[in-house]
Design a protein around this ligand. Structure first.
Ligand code: G6P
Length: 368
């Protein structure tokens, strides 16, 4: 039967609030004694992973954004990785070097372009294929050699939320598995695993910002355009936040790598164009802050989601500062995603759109 919404007004909100539980479920049985259990990738996974030299990640929509985060995670651990949308990958001639693992990411496992990309990579002789997927009986799972299931449970809202954050968790596990064969030390693995274990509580804390974000949404609802900024993994988080806002509130939102601001989008910044920025506590923090000074100097209204451990101050009015965490960098993309989901949700509710079934969009795109 159809799952019920419980106390929630929309499935999307219910699914946002399920994230601490489904993240814990996705970790369940996959880590032990501070280490990853490689058996979670399926029979014979370790022998195959030994041969991997690089990774091609392919996906669509929100799942593609999870892939973008994973590229930073993999390369940080010494694993060469590329990421591409499936509709492009399938129609160009990707060079599949020896030792290439093809990784697909999909909530449904039925997205036509993603399936076609998998079939193409197999035909071109990739070393192996891994599906990160939420539907066990899907085509993608059946056709992939290795499988790592996200355990988000059924997702009904067209705008993906809990599927995305559990994909990130699965990709963190994959980066640990491949990282072990490259630059990841045992000590570092134990640290990364302990940060993953802390994730459900961190996401719970981010959900506690719901009321603040509901208030913040009022300043957003009458806008026609918005700019989302981030750097590093948070660039992908900004892209996902902008996509959420577009999908359900129909506000035109565009994400930019903060360092690219001066190469164009700064020309658009004025008091009617809100700028939202995700600012975790990492090495790029000061650079992002100086990008934001540029925005302030042009009179742009700033919505800043900053790590609670950071000492940031902006003079004058027109700055909305929301504190997230403090949270360690390795899991910050998951935690910072949550307030952006909530913002999109509350803006959509204020605008009175059909939150769970946005116009023109489908939950799963099974034809080209
Ligand atoms: C559709 C959905 C998105 C989803 C995308 C990819 O566009 O509306 O929420 O991210 O398809 O779907 P998949 O099932 O492959 O993750």
């Amino acid at each position: 039967g159809v799952a019920d919404k419980g106390p929630y007004r929309h499935y999307m909100l219910k699914e946002i609030f399920e994230q601490p539980t489904v993240i814990a479920d996705t970790l369940e049985g996959r880590i032990h004694d501070g280490r990853l259990l490689e058996s979670c990738f399926g029979v014979g996974a370790s022998a195959l992973l030994d041969q991997v030299r690089q990774v091609h990640i392919v996906a669509c929509g929100t799942s593609y954004h999870a892939g973008l985060v994973a590229r930073y995670w993999l390369e940080e651990l010494g694993v060469p990785a590329s990421v591409e949308v499936a509709s492009e990958y399938r129609y160009r001639d990707p060079v599949i070097a020896p030792g290439t693992l093809f990784v697909s990411i999909s909530q449904s496992g039925e997205t036509a372009d993603t399936l076609a990309a998998l079939r193409g990579a197999k035909a071109r002789g990739c070393l192996g294929s891994l599906a990160i997927c939420n539907v066990p009986e899907s085509s993608l799972v059946r056709e992939s050699g290795l499988v790592l299931m996200t355990r988000a449970g059924r997702e009904i809202g067209v705008a993906s939320t809990k599927a995305f954050t559990t994909q990130l968790v699965a990709l963190r596990l994959l980066s640990i598995a491949l990282g072990r064969r490259h630059a990841l030390t045992l000590e570092r693995e134990q640290l990364l695993v302990s940060e993953l274990t802390a994730l459900p509580a961190q996401v719970e804390a981010a959900l506690a910002l719901n009321k603040d974000i509901e208030r913040l949404a009022e300043a957003f609802a009458d806008k026609h355009h918005a700019l989302f900024l981030g750097r590093g993994t948070q660039y992908a988080v900004a892209m996902e936040g902008a996509l959420k806002l577009k999908e359900i509130s129909y506000i035109h939102a565009e994400a930019y790598a903060a360092g690219e601001l001066k190469h164009g989008p700064l020309a658009l910044v004025d008091p009617t164009m809100p700028v939202l920025c995700v600012l975790p506590d990492n090495a790029l923090q000061e650079k992002v802050v100086s990008n934001l000074q540029e925005v302030r100097a042009r009179g742009g209204e700033l919505f800043l989601f900053a790590d609670a451990g950071l000492d940031v101050h902006f003079e004058g009015s027109g700055v909305h500062l929301l504190r997230v965490g403090p949270v360690s960098d390795s899991i910050a993309p998951v935690v910072f995603t949550v307030p952006l989901q909530l913002l999109a949700y509350h803006v959509a509710v204020l605008k009175g759109t059909d939150v769970d079934q946005p116009r023109n969009l489908a939950k799963s795109v099974t034809v080209e």
